[in-house]
Design a protein around this ligand. Sequence first.
Ligand SMILES: Nc1ncnc2c1ncn2[C@@H]1O[C@H](COP(=O)(O)OP(=O)(O)OP(=O)(O)O)[C@@H](O)[C@H]1O
Ligand SMILES: [Mg+2]
Length: 169
Amino acid sequence: MADDHLPIVETPKGTTRTLRWCSEADTDAFAKSLAAAPALRDAFIALEGDLGAGKTTFVRHLLRALGIEGRIKSPTYAVVEPHEAPDGLAIFHFDFYRFADPREWDDAGFRDIFAGPGLKLAEWPENAAGRTPPADLAIKIEAMTDDTRSVTLRANTPRGSDLLARIAA
Ligand SMILES: Nc1ncnc2c1ncn2[C@@H]1O[C@H](COP(=O)(O)OP(=O)(O)OP(=O)(O)O)[C@@H](O)[C@H]1O
Ligand SMILES: [Mg+2]
């Protein structure tokens, strides 16, 4: 992966690290390294970035790396798309782009999902700010003019720091 040697920078909000994905092959390599981290189970990962940044693309590579086969549906209309990995890991892929109804949070069981076991991935987490717990790891993806992706990883919890250390290793 390009820029893999960049130093880890300590900030008051946690630990951050910057990467560059030159193509989807780099996204895939990153997804595979994340999938191999035991701390990923039960983690909450927030995916930040503009429309078309590459959030869903990353989720698809991560789901494949976790052994999900067949067509991977996007959650845009359902808000959440659940998956189950072959080893039994529950994965919840949220897209809060159209999320606006606070009642839905409890009614649709989102509170229970975030309180329970399994991997939670969320696009547009800012639309559910104040409802989700803090993300263990925030991944911010920016599409650059040359079509590469500038990626900022930010750990907000000990689990997130553990993940970051695994990825960096
Ligand atoms: N690492 C990458 N390198 C090159 N192109 C990429 C990369 N990641 C994603 N893309 C391309 O960017 C486009 C948009 O990606 P994607 O749908 O994943 O964005 P998104 O962040 O989920 O957007 P939205 O906010 O609309 O859900 C796709 O055409 C995809 O092929
Ligand atoms: Mg998307």
